[in-house]
Design a protein around this ligand. Structure first.
Ligand code: FMN
Length: 102
């Protein structure tokens, strides 16, 4: 437990992961990657395809993609940074899953 700060993030292609790691270093916080049970393939991320997994998830307000891991002691943190890529102007629906698990 470093500084009671958690830097949690979801990253499908690594951009958010890089920034989250830098933030965790700067604030001296713990880093937690939100890992989907089913990782996103390139085809899943194709926003030109309305039938792709990401398009379907973002169109479905009830979409809650499963997360494979869990923060071990969330109550111990005083501050949480939450990082994610923007998908269709919003947070990916897996972030809603993360909130539901808190
Ligand atoms: C399905 C999908 C939808 C996206 N929608 C947006 C968007 O609405 N606005 C935007 O600026 N970027 C959008 N992007 C681009 C991502 O936000 C950008 O590539 C981000 O850096 C990816 O982060 P990651 O590498 O951590 O997954 C979208 C990317 C994907 C895959």
């Amino acid at each position: 437990m470093k500084n009671n700060i958690l830097v949690a993030y979801f990253s499908a292609t690594g951009t958010t992961a890089r920034v989250a790691k830098k933030i965790a270093e700067v604030v001296n916080g713990d880093l937690f990657a939100i890992i989907p049970v089913k990782s996103y393939t390139e085809a899943d991320l194709d926003w030109h395809n309305q039938a792709s997994r990401s398009s379907r998830e973002m169109q479905d307000k009830k979409s809650r993609p499963a997360i494979a891991n869990q923060v071990s002691n969330m109550v111990a943190y005083d501050q949480i940074f939450l990082g994610f890529p923007i998908w269709w102007y919003q947070a990916p629906t897996i972030i809603n899953t993360f909130f539901r698990k808190l």
